[in-house]
Design a protein around this ligand. Sequence first.
Ligand code: BMA
Length: 386
Amino acid sequence: MKQITLLLFLFLLSSCAMEGEAPLTTFTPTDHNATEETRTLFTSLDAIRHQHVLFGHQDDLAYGYSWINEPGRSDVLETAGSYPAVYGWELGDLEYGNQENLDGVNFENMKQWIKEGYSRGGVITIGWHMNNPVTGGDAWDTEGDAVPTILPGGENHEMFKGWLDTFADFLNDLTVTAENGESHPVPILFRPFHEHNGSWFWWGQDLTTTEDFVALWRFTVEYLRDEKGLNNLLYSYSPDVFDSKEAYLERYPGDDYVDIFGYDDYHSIRSADTQETFINRLEMLVEMAEERNKIPAMTETGYEAIPDPDWWTETLLAGINANETTRRIAYVLVWRNANHEHDRPDHYYAPYSGHPSEGNFREFREHDLILFEDDLPNLYSLEMER
Ligand code: BMA
């Protein structure tokens, strides 16, 4: 059933193109020089979200509940029977020149896993729990009024540019060679300064002004795009939960600086009690994104340790599939499965083999709306599919 739907999707795309009509979407990413694969991904995500929602998992290939760095493994694969369609990765500590990120993931391995997931047709998204530039503490250290110091003219501005340079160097290693021998960089959904409407990170709501947050965002985009020449990024604006469109947009840096309308939600996704709030947030998100030709997505979610064995279909899917608007998000990504022995004991958001929600997770995976990696059409080259 899923396959038929996908063929229809591809047929629709190709028939529009063949008859010389306007493509399904006429909008382009904020980066007008975005690479062909990046532009195609943007268009594909916009097209596919009218029929399906991609499932994603953070750090999926790096470690799981009971394993660390074992080639080919994935808790999602071992429970659902497919890798996730979206892979989330984390750069915290890259800015220090460290070999591993704050969760112990080796950056060289991460580059391989990113290329591996992309080569199988997956979508890659990257976030960054960047350390506090004033105190040297972590992202959760809210001391020091940090944001103004890294803006142009601030005492840590050059250091901050150096941190963005480390990001550019990392990205420049993410080049793959296609069958025709041509190389191109892996398209990345980049999600900086996330959950900024909360006050737990140094870039958060009570720690900086709207003006400075917007200036920081715009500087970051302009530096990466115009100075570093990175043309494989789609920018994801990703606040935490919000209760009105005005609240969501309070620190919106503008249509020229954002491609993905994300939102992180660990609050209204736990039970039937908050389902109405969850649905309402999804509706607002989709409406705001569509008004601006952006792509809505649930950029982070999950129920830690999944204490409800039916959570996947009864709460998460029930919310996303509530109506024609809610189901138009492009993807939903659940957070990482920390290794229970070496990292954090009950900090996991996808099931592992033997977890009580495993059967329900398979049901979720088999639902027509939801796509895992082995359900995906080619999101990067519509030409090839024609
Ligand atoms: C948080 C937690 C932390 C982790 C951080 C970055 O939400 O999972 O344990 O260090 O994300 O991945």
